[in-house]
Write a protein that binds this ligand. Structure first.
Ligand code: HEM
Length: 237
């Protein structure tokens, strides 16, 4: 099948899965902003996305997308290096026009995946997984606002999340227009437009995530928030 056997087919898989992941991030960032307005509103969304069958199916779909994107990224990188042979470092000598992020997409992607591992432990494990197995700590698995407050009360987590978000911004900023180019919008004018649209779009999404992290790190709490049970995140901050 051309999606597996041809180089362009593999790039199409990277682009389509990448765009689907950007759509997930757009939803996730918009949902998180609710935590700045209403704790109860945010917790209602978390309850809706909890251990219900449709949410579990969506999570599995999301995991499949991430796995495909990741496996194809390694595959394409290996294929490119093989094609270039001993000359593989020539790419880093490319002129200024080739931006830093485009040369480091795999490294940035690995940082994003590592950050995601920590993030899933902080949230998914304590929320959806805890609800599925029926065992949880002092915070109820549907109390997403409390988990956000607990996580960002710890400055170490806040810094790690902000570094993670910066890596994600660089990764998305390049990935966005690169995906559009692969899918056919490759004329000079459209490439310039996609670069601009991609930068504005990804900056807004990342700023929404960062606003939540920074606000809670600074001690902000929505008016209807209950006191957080269980105290610190465990890092001793
Ligand atoms: C300040 C930043 C963020 C906060 C406060 C946050 C918060 C949360 C919360 C509360 C959940 C659990 C939702 C639920 O199960 O009901 C969650 C799940 C998740 N988050 Fe985040 N998130 C942030 C950033 C990100 C970023 C940048 C990514 C991706 C790069 C991401 C990927 C995920 C994934 C994959 C899940 C699991 C979704 C599922 O179970 O289907 N999050 N996050």
């Amino acid at each position: 099948m051309w999606l597996i056997n041809s180089s362009i087919g593999r790039k199409v898989v990277m682009s389509v899965t990448g765009i689907a992941l950007v759509l997930f991030l757009t939803f996730h960032a918009s949902m998180n902003v609710v935590a700045l307005i209403s704790a109860q509103g945010y917790n209602m969304i978390c309850e809706f996305l909890g251990a219900n069958w449709y949410a579990v199916v969506a999570t599995l779909g999301l995991a499949a997308l991430v796995a495909l994107h990741f496996v194809y990224a390694f595959w394409l990188t290996l294929q490119n290096r093989k094609a270039r042979g001993n000359n593989r470092y020539a790419v880093t000598d490319k002129p200024e026009a080739v931006e830093w992020a485009s040369q480091n997409m795999l490294v940035l992607g690995i940082i994003v995946i590592l950050g995601m591992g920590l993030h899933l432990y902080n949230f998914w494990y304590n929320m959806m997984y805890a609800e599925l197995v029926g065992v949880h700590g002092p915070i109820a698995p549907t109390d997403g606002t409390a988990f956000i407050a607990q996580t960002f009360a710890c400055p170490v987590y806040t810094v790690i999340y902000l570094v993670w978000l910066a890596a994600l911004w660089l990764h998305l900023n390049h990935g966005f227009w690169s995906a559009m180019q692969t899918l056919g919008w490759s004329g000079h004018i459209w490439l310039c437009r996609w670069r601009m649209i991609g930068t504005v779009y990804t900056t807004v999404v990342i700023l929404m995530f960062a606003a939540v992290a920074v606000a809670f790190a600074c001690g902000y709490a929505p008016a209807d928030m209950q006191p957080v049970a269980g105290g610190c995140c465990g890092l001793g901050c």
